[in-house]
Design a protein around this ligand. Structure first.
Ligand code: SF4
Length: 72
């Protein structure tokens, strides 16, 4: 197993700002508005764990988590 890092959204803080900087800066286009909800969602398949979203979020609503990746 190899460690992998993915971004997550703190749903208590994210307010789905239409000018969401993390969404604009994500190089993997992994962040999109959650349909019918007030928060953004992150597509973990697309997320490359670069951390750019965390640096630019004005509300500090994003964080990284470590995951174990299984092969085979
Ligand atoms: S960690 Fe990087 S790839 Fe993943 S959602 Fe944030 S900006 Fe996008």
């Amino acid at each position: 197993m190899l460690p992998s890092v993915k971004a997550r959204v703190n749903l208590d803080i994210c307010r789905n700002d239409h000018r969401c900087l993390p969404r604009m800066h994500c190089p993997a286009a992994a962040i999109s508005p959650a349909e019918g909800k007030i928060f953004m969602k992150i597509d973990e398949e697309k997320c490359i764990g670069c951390g750019k979203c965390i640096k630019v979020c004005k509300n500090n609503a994003l964080f990284l988590v470590r995951q174990e990746v299984k092969f085979g």
